[in-house]
Design a protein around this ligand. Sequence first.
Ligand code: NDP
Ligand code: ZN
Length: 350
Amino acid sequence: MSKALGYAALSPTTPLAPLSFDRRALRPDDVSIAIEYCGVCHSDLHQARNDWGIAVYPLVPGHEIVGRVVAVGAQVQKYAVGDRVGVGCMVDSCQHCDACHADLEQYCLEGPTMTYATPDRVDGTNTMGGYSDSIVVSENFVVRIPDGLDAANAAPILCAGITTYSPLKHYGVKPGDKVGILGMGGLGHMGIKFAKALGAEVTLFTRSASKAAEGRRQGADHVIVSTDAEQMKAAAETFDFLLDTIPVPHDLNPYLETLRFDGVHILVGLIQPVDPALHAANLVLKRRVLAGSLIGGIKETQEVLDFCAEHNITCDIEMLDIKNINEAFERMHAGDVKYRFVIDMATLKA
Ligand code: NDP
Ligand code: ZN
């Protein structure tokens, strides 16, 4: 075992504070990673505050991890000391179910082991995430950061990137498709870039009229201010796909009405009951589909990193000193981040 230092929530109502804890001794397939950067996902805030009712404390958040390999277990084949690598939202799965065999570990039939707040499959201890100086992970759940990507900018690809890339690929978004991205935060700004790179005509739906110019700078061809009923009405039956990153319950009906027949509304932001209720006519009368999507498998996570390197796609980040993490949570809650905080883990030593 080795000692790690991190930032943890001790309850849903206490701010994150420094915590010293143990990282396990290397198993044969483990790599030990010195963490350089970790992105701050809205899920970290949901979990720290127990919005989903599944948090386990102490809770060290963080699942957009980039660092250097500093040690490898006896049977590790893919990585060597010095390699720059990443860890996303999962650190293990059963590896033998249909989903795992299909490279969809996030849908593991026995449940994936998430990077934090989940019992480890071997020793039962609670997993601890990347707001820390080190992590120990099976090489099967580690990805390689391509040389062409900046390490800090690459971190959010491990969650915000893969979560938006995976459904666009799954539903076969292609040149000419009309895609709407709902909400421009960490996930949404990456969704715009991926939909554009796949050749779609992209529209940003945002609450904030002030984000219109920014949305276009990110690559959106059009911007709809979602709080303007006239603008929403004018977009009726326009889109093939909507990628919905809004993190709180919201009325889906006006958005569904902007889909063409056979259009697909993909939820990634909402993991709570839909409220207000969905009017089934908005699906039935146009054969529309309401879908959901969870991150992406390990193979696809490597694919999206390589895709970003190839297409010159990076995240817009604001570098964060870890001692300001609680203020960063408040700003993220208020929608005041362009568009992802990334913790510089060197600040942890200070
Ligand atoms: P951010 O906070 O960075 O962005 C969310 C955006 O949604 C905001 O920028 C804002 O965009 C819009 N928004 C925020 N609050 C509201 C509101 N009250 N009503 C309408 N729109 C709102 O969050 P992330 O991008 O990091 O995460 C988004 C969601 O996705 C979170 O719930 C997170 O837990 C979830 N998630 C899901 C994953 C999955 O696998 N399915 C993986 C990772 C995250 P604007 O100002 O443009 O309207
Ligand atoms: Zn995330």
